[in-house]
Each structure stands twice: as structure tokens, then as C-alpha cells.
Design a binder for this molecule. Sequence first.
Ligand SMILES: NC(=O)c1ccc[n+]([C@@H]2O[C@H](COP(=O)([O-])OP(=O)(O)OC[C@H]3O[C@@H](n4cnc5c(N)ncnc54)[C@H](O)[C@@H]3O)[C@@H](O)[C@H]2O)c1
Length: 336
Amino acid sequence: MKNKNKVILVTGAAGFIGYHLCKKFLEKGFSVVGVDNLNSYYSKKLKKDRVKELFKLKKNFKFYKIDLRYKIKLDKLLVKYKFHKILHMAAQAGVRKSIKYPLTYVTNNVLATTNLFEVVKNHYNVPIIIASSSSIYGQQNKNLFSTNLKTDTPIQMYAVSKKSTELIAHSYNFQYNIPVVALRFFTVYGPWGRPDMALFNFTKKIFKKETIEVYNNGNHYRDFTYIDDIVRKVILVCDKIKVNEKDKSKNKFLVYNIGNGKPHKLMKFLNLIEREINLKTKIKFLPSQTGDMLGTHADMRKFNNDFRKIKNTPLKKGIKNFINWFKKYYNLNVTR
Ligand SMILES: NC(=O)c1ccc[n+]([C@@H]2O[C@H](COP(=O)([O-])OP(=O)(O)OC[C@H]3O[C@@H](n4cnc5c(N)ncnc54)[C@H](O)[C@@H]3O)[C@@H](O)[C@H]2O)c1
């Protein structure tokens, strides 16, 4: 079957990672149906612009404004299309907001994910990839996060909701043999990135000459992972995951880390941004915020064994690509 006849459903298609996945699948010749409720967690314009870009790319892209907290439209979509694979990226992201607004995480992550699995189970079996997060590791005694570690002590509601989506997926896999792979993403960055994340936030503030607030006195470190590397890893998983009609035991529930495997200090990250923009800004050091993790470091050995090792984009290059996109998107003609 030609790729064009294979329809991929991407939820959260107007979001950062969802957009990049749609783009890659369209480039590979697949038909893509994108779904998003275009919520206002951050700039709706940015979300709409991502969708516009996808429409510019290829004709075989369809977009539906659907809120996964409600099942009816989603149900109709599964009747209209016979999806080849589903990539469930839609979620209420953001660790800090989850402390103040826990219910938003329960409805958009826990309820919405349950709705998706309910609808799928009522129609036909299809492999599902779900976006999980490094945040579910919480506070560990070990610095290297392996998927063998226990993840039952989340430290904020974002992590609770992401762990819950894995548990929901596990139970639907067990009950209905839906093949599922949960991917624990580690601090994703790159062009078309999220305004609430460090790279976007720091860049914006440097250009505006505003003071940057750095928590935990700058001692945080993160396994920053460039978006193209994430996409390539997701594609490898997607190529492998299939429904096995004959041997149902082969329709497994699997979990992988999707990170870089090489963490960097937040301060190094910030210095690289300043150097790339060639502007310095004021920094205000603050204590750690409740719910923040000190560091993240993805153990990628399981992924590398089961798939293959992918050469990651160097941090400097990834930051440069982001800043080039940022300047173009916001029409910044910076004279140095
Ligand atoms: N970006 C990261 O560093 C990172 C790290 C770990 C995990 N993740 C996970 O990866 C996925 C994608 O993250 P992202 O960075 O692209 O976030 P994002 O906020 O840019 O994208 C998520 C999209 O989902 C949509 N959405 C939210 N609730 C919805 C609902 N009820 N119905 C339909 N659409 C809804 C939003 O409008 C948004 O466009 C999320 O599940 C997130 O939790 C991201």
C-alpha cells in the first residue's frame, strides 16, 4: 500500500511536537489528519500558523478542531477514516501551571486520553503512540533515568497526569490488545517551539532586554533534545509498531525514553543562547520552585538496543536553528 493511502491521526497537531510529526509524515507521503482544540495555554496565533504551514506543505493534510475532552466528534472521525497509526500528542503541558490548575490536567490529559482509547476500542484496533514525559521520574536517588525505575512518586499534577496516561494505555492494551508505545520525552526544543519553555522564554527576554529569572540559582540541568532528533526516534517506533491479528500477545505495551542522553546545565544553555544572539541580559537567580526537578538525564540504552542509536544534533546547532526561526517568525532584523 502506498503511504498516501495510509492515514495517520496526530492529536495535538497544532502543538509544537504534533506539528513537527505531521510535517514529517506528510514529507514521507502519508496522509495526515490533525486534531487540536487550539486552546489558549499559549499564543493561538502560533498554533494556527503551524497549521497553516502544514496546509502549505501538502494536499493530503486535513485538520479538525476537536476537543478530546468530548467524545462525539472523535467518534465520527474514526468512522470517517480508517487510521493506520495514531500519535497522541495532545495534552495540557507545563509543570508549573499544574500546581495551580490541577483539574485542567485531569480533564485534558486523563479524561481526554481515556476518551481516545474508548473510541478506538469501540471501532477497530490501531497502534497508538502516546506522549509521556521525563517528569514522571520525579525525585529519584539515581541521576540516570532508566525506564526500569519506579515512577509511582510524582511530585506535581502534570507528572500525575502523564503517569496516568501510561496506566490508561496499559489497561487498554491488556483488555483490548491495542498495541501501545508510551514515549517519555525529555525537554524538547527547536523551531516552532513552545513559548512557555526555557529556550523561547530566554530568547524573547534577551531580545527585549528584560531580566531573566533563573530558578534553583542556575543549578538545574536538563536532557535537552532537539525536535528533529525526537521526530526521527518517533518515526522509528512508528515504523515498528503494528497490530498483530493472529498472535494477540504480540500487541504489546512498551515504554521508551526519548531523550538526548547527554544533559546540559541550564546556565550553559543560557550562555549559548546569549552567544548566538550576541546580546547579554540581566539574570535574577531565584530558589527552586516547588515541583521542579533538579535534573533529567535519559537512559537511552533500551531505545538504542531495540531500534538504533541516532546521532543527536549538537546543542549549539539546535539553538542556532531555533534563533534563526525566531528572528524570521517575528521579523527581527537585529543589527549588531
Ligand atoms: N515539549 C516537551 O519538552 C515535552 C516533554 C515531555 C512531554 N511532552 C508531551 O508531548 C506532547 C506534546 O507537547 P508539546 O510540547 O507539543 O505541547 P503543546 O502544548 O505545544 O501541544 C499540545 C497541543 O495539544 C492541544 N490540546 C490540549 N488539550 C487538548 C484537548 N483537550 N483536545 C484537543 N487538543 C488539545 C493544545 O492545543 C496543543 O496545541 C504533550 O503530551 C506533552 O505533555 C512534551
